[in-house]
Design a protein around this ligand. Structure first.
Ligand SMILES: [Zn+2]
Length: 387
């Protein structure tokens, strides 16, 4: 059994310990010590990283109360340790503190959701970037905003976070949230008035250290909700990045940073109008061309029109000059929208069905007009009509 220094004090970043075991596992060197400040992976949180002596510890696992420090490359590192010897450990406190900010933030979040809605946290993952929380219930946008505000309020209240191992008798009197990962003596993490939860991970001492929580996104997930959050420095970086992006948009559009969406909306409307005007202009040009088209049995033309109304209008003009039908294909390369029109008793529907079947198309119609799309190039389409 390894003494868990992270359990006694989550701010211990350096420590001395005695090497108890050394062994090889694949290419790795496994180091077991009498005590450690390295938090092993567990409960949705990745392990600490850092150094034991000169060797870099890239992963830490717990097996039967024994904490295993994993060091890459057995041959190169085994000489840095002696069984029975002392070694100095140093964990990467930047990662640890960020993990603690996220994890403590998650407890406040889950505690507030539980007391407001009665939903349970049924999944938690503290990755390198985003933190995901899964709840067995649904939220509206306003509810999510409210939770986010209350979590931040609990952070600013700077509450003390207490961790303790209650006796069996005590435990019966305490109402706490519990997750499945608990496999040892039950350790509770209490944030007064906000949450009590069974948890083995290190936490910040006071909620104020979390700084801020940001709900990045939330979505439906397995009948409930998956929420993406960031706390502390990670939230600051994320918000900064988004502000910078918005500032860039503002500069490009010469718009105030609080009015970028409105400006983009206006641009989009303008773009739609221009696209429409362009397609009308193209149609006018095509109409002039259609006037010069000699009457024929079948008229088949290709153009770069993409809106259905214009294609239809063009086909309608051409159909006046076609004995059987006029077909207009608008698009490019291997994807075309089509409109086929006949002004006679020609069986346009059968032709349409056959064309859809051969050219991976879809669509149909009635009263002498069929329309749809095909996944084929101009050559293939022309070949179909030649046959
Ligand atoms: Zn926890």
């Amino acid at each position: 059994m390894t003494t868990k220094l992270y359990d006694l004090d989550s701010y211990i970043s350096e420590f001395d310990c005695k090497v108890l075991e050394l062994y090889r596992s694949g290419e790795d060197l496994i180091v077991v010590t009498d005590r450690t400040a390295f938090f092993p992976e567990g409960g949705g949180q990745s392990s600490d990283i850092g150094f034991l002596g000169k060797s870099f510890v890239y992963d830490v696992q717990i097996e039967c109360e024994k904490i295993l420090h994993k060091v890459e490359n057995y041959e190169e590192n085994v000489h840095n340790f002696t069984v029975g010897g002392q070694i100095h450990g140093k964990i990467n406190m930047k990662k640890r503190f960020s993990d603690m900010q996220q994890h403590s933030g998650e407890h406040i979040f889950s505690g507030i959701v539980h007391s407001m809605f009665g939903y349970d946290n049924v999944g938690f993952h503290l990755g390198k970037e985003l933190v995901t929380l899964d709840f067995n219930g649904k939220f509206t946008k306003d509810e999510m905003r409210k939770v986010e505000s209350l979590v931040n309020k609990a952070i600013w209240d700077n509450l003390e976070i207490k961790t303790f191992y209650p006796s069996k008798e005590e435990l019966e009197t305490i109402n706490y949230r519990s997750k499945k990962e608990i496999n040892e003596a039950l350790r509770l993490v209490e944030i007064p008035g906000v949450d009590v939860c069974a948890c083995c991970a290190p936490h910040v001492k006071r909620t104020g250290e979390i700084g801020i929580v940001e709900v990045v996104n939330f979505e439906k997930f397995k009948g409930g909700t998956r929420i993406y959050i960031l706390c502390g420095e990670r939230a600051l970086c994320d918000i900064r990045q988004k502000l910078d992006e918005n500032k860039k948009i503002g500069n490009i559009l010469s718009a105030k940073e609080t009015e970028t969406a409105e400006m983009v909306e206006r641009l989009k409307e303008n773009n739609n109008r221009l696209s429409y005007e362009l397609s009308r202009a193209k149609l006018e040009a095509l109409k002039l061309r259609a006037e010069k088209e000699p009457p024929s049995k079948r008229i088949i033309v290709f153009c770069d029109l993409t809106d259905g109304d214009s294609i239809r209008e063009y086909a309608n003009i051409l159909s006046e000059k076609a004995q059987d039908f006029a077909a207009v294909f608008g698009g490019s390369e291997s994807s075309y929208k089509y409109v086929l029109i006949t002004k006679t008793s020609f069986d346009i529907n059968s032709l349409c069905k056959k064309m859809n079947a051969e050219l991976l198309g879809r669509g149909g119609g009635r009263n002498g007009i069929v329309q749809g799309s095909v996944c084929a190039g101009e050559n293939e389409i022309r070949k179909f009509f030649d046959e």
